[in-house]
Design a protein. Structure first.
Lengths: 109, 650
């Protein structure tokens, strides 16, 4: 069995959720999102985030605004939309269910 | 020390080493190309570039002035290798329908990155690096490929000379053959064209693609390092050095010959083209001919045009390639190249094919012309095939009709095609026509005859004849016994002859006739009755040389009952008992006279003479209208004795 593949699959599923969780705290720059995820020990290829964020924005879950910065070029400042909030609640519920299921199976073995 | 350039990344300027820039631009370009296919793809690419800029800032904040290739390397590793980004299938959680699509795109990118591309390897080249590049592409050794190419050139040259010269033999050695010379040098020409048109591996990325190494940042970096360190030792490729000079000269010459040959051939074709062919076939307008002739010119036109197109293609591609190698024009893609090559092959083939057609058609036209002339000649001849089934021109036919002559056999006369002649009669009269058969070198079979009715009596047939070869005869057949009687025509050729000789002698005051020559004796007998004037004419004929005539007689034709006599001239073996010979003979003055004392109406049918006969008068011949002659009543023929003739003149 290709363990790496399975692990990668698991991470892929989580990524949307994690990002939305992050953004529910407060708005973030992309670089900060990356940093926070790394802090949380989530191994992610940076390059994969950008398409992901764009897709979530296209889906209406996120939106961004440009913010000027003194240190460098303007940066994107992502924020969770109302629609996103709604979606997040459903994701929360889904995640709890998953957690429950896994816990249950583990407990019975 | 490395060259350094300034780039603008997301609106900010950075100093970056050239090799680092190569690596970076390759990375960003590939990503942009990849994401462009998605919705909002440009935005994603911009985001990534911005991220790179941020990371650059961190580097610079750390103290370095310029971005190095190692920096770029680690940044790429951080953001993610191309493989990782495309592999992750980041859109896999949305539409299930998109999964395969993305996977396809990913595989496509893979292929893009890993595909081997055909570049010319100018760093390991003998001449243009065409073969070195091919060696990389096919994964074989360059040297073995070079030997193969040389072998190909030789074999091709041999085949290109042998095959057309055998298949199209006479054609090949005509001016059209010029056209086939370019064919001999096709492989060299293709090499030359490839050398001009195929791009050389210039960048590190090109080199990787040429060798089929996946274009990952690691490989790129190492390749870039290799390149900056490497120097190119030109002309150091083992034993092939010597070849460089020779090969380049050979190829240049071959290409030049090819090119010039094509131009010359086109010129020749045009030359033929310009020569007009008329509308008429042998003077008559003929639709079939016009159709074929137009087809001929169509083929020629197509051949010329195709040839010009192929020359044009070669010119265009050469110029374009030269320009692109000087960076004045964009090098053309593989598809275009293949199209041009295919176009060239097609036009050359068309040209050859249509030249062959055109030549075939030309020969056909030639044939048609010849046939038309033949047919006309035949038709003309047909007019003159007479009722006897033989060809006679009008003069001959009239003569035969008037003289009641019938041609029975007429074989092997060849081109002379006549059976009468005039101009060499024994007395010099140029208008007197007589039977004359002329067959230059083949023994002709001839039988010309006529019929007369005879009353009972004894007759003699005489004729004035000449010939230049033996076995030609005068004959006579009585239908009462059907016995063939012949008298061979003496051969005295065209001068002199017994008649002339004897006539000359007879003009002397006193003379002797030779006993030994029977022809002369006979001539004397026959000439006795001629007037002096006639004799003089005979003697003077042909400027005093005579025309070779002699007499023949067939005696003792005994007729008991009225019957028919058939007589004439022949060379048939069944009649003469001798083999026919070639050559000519003439015959005239056929006379049938009674020799038994009784003079009947003789059937003398010479057109010129008239005759009055008396029942009881012996043979009297009134020759000259003007002169009279007295003869002794009882003069009898006394052949065999010499005689002195007393001249009686007025």
């Amino acid at each position: 069995m290709n363990v790496d593949n399975a692990k990668s699959q698991m991470r892929k599923g989580m990524l949307d959720y994690c990002i939305m969780l992050l953004l529910s705290e407060k708005p973030y720059y992309t670089s900060d999102i990356i940093r926070r995820l790394k802090e949380a020990n989530l191994l992610v290829v940076e390059g994969t985030l950008y398409p992901l964020l764009t897709r979530l924005k296209n889906d209406g879950v996120l939106s961004y605004e440009w913010q000027e910065s003194t240190q460098g070029p303007p940066r994107k400042y992502y924020v969770l939309t109302d629609e996103g909030q709604e979606a997040l609640k459903q994701m929360d519920a889904a995640w709890n269910e998953l957690e429950h299921t896994v816990h249950n199976i583990k407990g019975n073995s | 020390m490395k060259k350094n350039i300034t780039i603008n990344l997301s609106g900010r300027l950075y100093q970056i080493d050239e090799d680092a820039y190569e690596l970076l631009s390759h990375y960003t370009e590939t990503l942009r190309n990849y994401f462009q296919k998605q919705e909002g793809g440009n935005e994603i690419a911009d985001d990534i570039e911005q991220r790179i800029a941020e990371l650059f800032d961190e580097q610079i904040a750390g103290g370095s002035q310029a971005i190095t290739i190692e920096n770029v390397q680690s940044i790429i590793n951080q953001i993610g290798n191309l493989k990782d980004i495309t592999d992750s299938g980041e859109n896999g959680t949305t539409d299930s329908g998109n999964t395969t699509n993305q996977q396809q795109k990913a595989t496509h990118l893979h292929q893009m990155l890993n595909k081997k591309k055909y570049y010319r390897d100018t760093s390991h080249s003998v001449l243009f690096g065409v073969i070195s590049g091919a060696a990389h592409y096919f994964g074989t050794g360059a040297n073995s490929l070079r030997w193969l190419f040389v072998l190909l050139c030789v074999i091709w040259a041999i085949v290109a000379v042998l095959f057309p010269s055998i298949l199209l033999a006479p054609l090949y050695y005509s001016p059209i053959g010029l056209f086939f010379i370019p064919l001999i040098f096709v492989p060299e020409l293709i090499y030359f064209i490839l050398g001009l048109s195929i791009p050389a591996a210039l960048t590190p990325e090109d080199n990787l693609k040429m060798k089929g190494v996946p274009v990952t940042p690691e490989n790129l970096t190492s390749e870039v390092k290799k390149q900056s360190v490497q120097y190119k030792p030109k002309g150091n490729i083992g034993g092939w050095n010597i070849f460089t000079g020779i090969l380049s000269i050979v190829i240049a010459i071959c290409s030049a010959i090819n090119f010039v040959g094509c131009i010359i051939t086109t010129g020749v074709l045009f030359g033929v083209f310009v020569q007009q062919l008329p509308d008429t076939l042998n003077g008559m307008v003929d639709t079939a001919w016009i159709a074929e002739r137009d087809r001929f010119f169509t083929y020629l036109t197509i051949a010329c045009v195709a040839m010009i197109i192929s020359i044009g293609i070669v010119l265009y591609c050469s110029i374009h390639s030269s320009l692109s190698s000087f960076k004045k024009a964009k090098p053309m893609g593989n598809v275009q190249r293949i199209l041009w090559i295919v176009g060239w092959v097609v036009s050359i083939t068309l040209s050859i094919v249509f030249i062959i057609f055109a030549v075939g058609k030309y020969e056909q036209l030639d044939d048609m012309q010849r046939k038309a002339i033949e047919t006309e000649r035949e038709a003309q001849r047909q007019q003159y095939i007479r009722e006897d089934g033989f060809y006679h021109n009008n003069t001959d036919w009239n003569f035969l009709q008037d003289g009641r002559w019938t041609v029975v056999v007429d074989e092997g006369w060849g081109d002379s095609q006549r059976c009468t002649y005039s101009g060499e009669y024994m007395d010099g009269n140029e208008d007197k026509r007589y039977l004359d058969v002329y067959c230059y070198d083949t023994p002709a079979k001839v039988l010309i005859q006529r019929n007369d009715s005879l009353q009972p009596g004894t007759y003699r047939l005489s004729a004035v004849v000449k010939a230049n070869d033996e076995h030609k005869c005068v004959f006579a057949i009585l239908d009462s016994d059907n016995k063939i009687r012949v008298a061979e025509i003496p051969v005295y050729e065209a001068e002199g002859g017994p008649i002339h000789h004897v006539a000359t002698v007879m003009l002397q005051d006193s003379f002797d006739i030779e006993v030994t020559n029977p022809d002369e004796i006979l001539a004397f007998e026959m000439l006795k009755s001629k007037t002096q004037t006639t004799l003089q004419k005979i003697a003077d004929a042909n400027w005093g040389n005579g025309y070779g005539w002699s007499y023949v007689v067939i005696n003792d034709l005994v007729v008991k009952q009225p019957c028919t006599i058939t007589y004439g001239v022949t060379t048939l073996e069944e009649y003469t008992g001798m083999e026919p010979t070639a050559g000519w003979f003439s015959a005239t003055d056929f006379k049938i006279e009674r020799t038994d004392g009784k003079m009947e109406k003789t059937m003398v049918k010479d057109v010129v003479k008239n005759e009055k006969v008396d029942d009881k008068v012996e043979k009297t011949k009134v020759k000259d209208v003007v002169e009279d002659e007295k003869v002794d009543d009882k003069v009898k023929s006394t052949s065999g004795k010499t005689k002195k003739k007393s001249a009686r003149r007025h």
